[in-house]
Design a binder for this molecule. Structure first.
Ligand code: PMT
Length: 393
């Protein structure tokens, strides 16, 4: 859910700032791009160098003295979400009042996307009406509040006021960024490469690992869709993914054509053999028998079968290119898909077996967008953003 998302983590001056380092790390592990803003008092509780090492970028502190002329508007334009954790009583007050005399509040004011705030303070302060009033004002401005939790506090006291745990903040951010937006959608995904038997031992196959299709399935399931994953590889375990294991193009075709009729969206990311041995042997071909003639025959065109369904699901095809992905325009039109995702399987960091992919995404008219190299999870997130936007009225 967070892969490829640009998150600004604001850290203010409370003891709970020690947990912000872990939160930043969890964001990075989830594939997010993270920049941090620290208030000066936050640096009393957490070393800036720690955040720089975790996120790869030094924290920002001030409007002035940085290279950027207008750091608050630059950061606001960059971000998909702002998370402030911990948010002290003073920061809640300045946020509620719009007091933009520090970089963090200024950035929030310049930002039009989702803001998530995790208050943290001593129970006695939390129970004062002022922070409650400020939280209510922020909520009515559309700010999302997570926590505070009840538990042990610094100084040995116990009670409400403890910052929500990083995992809870991650989950809340996932919800804010769109988990559940695909609830009720029925999604079909294919993954992996088909294996076409020559004999019981050998097959004609390809290098697909299933990573791209799996990422697409997981992202849809995380957003609340019910996903059927037809795959030749191990399927990810997820409560909303039902996996159907297949091996050959014929088996994949049978499963896909049955499931596609019930799907709202079908994303065919599998690498399907176009040809298979026409007469697979029933027993092992032996060297002593000489070099066998391998007569090949066509496999079914699974994608064409889905495109011909009436009514048909929103259809996304993939194209494995050996050369610039941008050269797939003709394929996008010929295949009659709603979107075509082309990748150059010979480029470094793209295509088969890699953790990342560099794709060009074509519309029905052949017009395309080139996306930079990013993790397959991030490609999946951006692809679903696009599909959701195209399918929404
Ligand atoms: O699995 P990974 O290691 O992560 O690698 C990802 C990937 C490179 C396999 C993936 O990103 C990808 O490009 N998948 C499509 C590979 C492919 O078969 O491309 P194609 O250009 O040959 O086929 C075009 C489309 O037709 C694809 O959607 C394919 O699923 C479909 N097809 C192809 C042949 C066939 N007989 N039936 C089909 O439906």
């Amino acid at each position: 859910m967070l892969a490829g998302r640009r998150i600004i983590l604001g850290i203010t001056g409370g003891v709970a700032a020690f947990k912000s380092a872990y939160l930043a790390r969890r964001f990075v592990e989830a594939g997010a791009l993270v920049r941090t803003i620290m208030t000066r008092s936050a640096t009393e509780f957490l070393g800036p160098q720690t955040l720089a090492a975790i996120t790869g970028t030094p924290p920002a502190f001030e409007y002035f003295g940085e290279d950027e002329v207008s750091p608050h508007t630059e950061m606001a334009a960059w971000a998909d979400a702002i998370v402030i954790a911990p948010a002290t009583a003073a920061t809640l007050s300045r946020l509620a009042a719009g007091a933009s005399d520090d970089l963090l509040v200024g950035t929030v004011l310049a930002f039009s996307g989702p803001v998530l705030v995790a208050p943290a303070m001593h129970t006695a302060m939390w129970e004062h009406p002022a922070p409650r009033r400020n939280v209510a004002a922020l909520e009515s401005d559309g700010v999302h509040i997570v926590g505070p939790a009840t538990g042990a506090l610094a100084g040995g006291d116990e009670g409400p006021g403890r910052m929500a745990e990083p995992e809870e903040i991650m989950a809340a951010l996932g919800l804010v960024l769109g988990a559940g937006t695909m609830a009720g959608w029925r999604v079909l995904v294919t993954a992996g490469g088909t294996r076409e038997p020559i004999d019981p031992v050998r097959y004609v196959g390809n290098r697909s690992s299933g990573k791209m299709g799996n990422a697409i399935a997981v992202e849809a399931a995380d957003r609340g869709a019910d996903v059927v994953l037809v795959t030749t590889m191990a399927a990810p375990s997820h409560s909303r993914i039902r996996a159907i294991g297949v091996e050959t193009a014929d088996e994949m075709a049978a499963a896909v054509w049955e499931e596609a009729a019930k799907a709202d969206v079908a994303v065919l990311a599998a690498a399907v053999a176009d040809f298979r041995p026409a007469h697979p042997r029933e027993s092992k071909v032996r060297r002593a028998d000489g070099i066998p003639d391998l007569e090949l025959t066509n496999t079914p065109d699974i994608l064409a079968g889905v495109a011909a369904l009436q009514p048909r699901p929103f259809l996304v095809g993939f194209a494995a290119e050996t050369g610039a992905a941008t050269g797939a325009a003709a394929k996008a039109i010929a295949k009659d898909v709603d979107l075509l995702v082309a990748n150059d399987v010979t480029a470094a960091g793209s295509g088969f077996g890699t953790e990342t992919n560099a794709v060009a995404v074509f519309g029905r008219d052949g017009a395309f967008e080139e996306w930079p190299t990013m993790s397959k999870a991030a490609v999946a997130a951006r692809l679903w953003d696009r599909i959701v936007a195209l399918r929404s009225p």
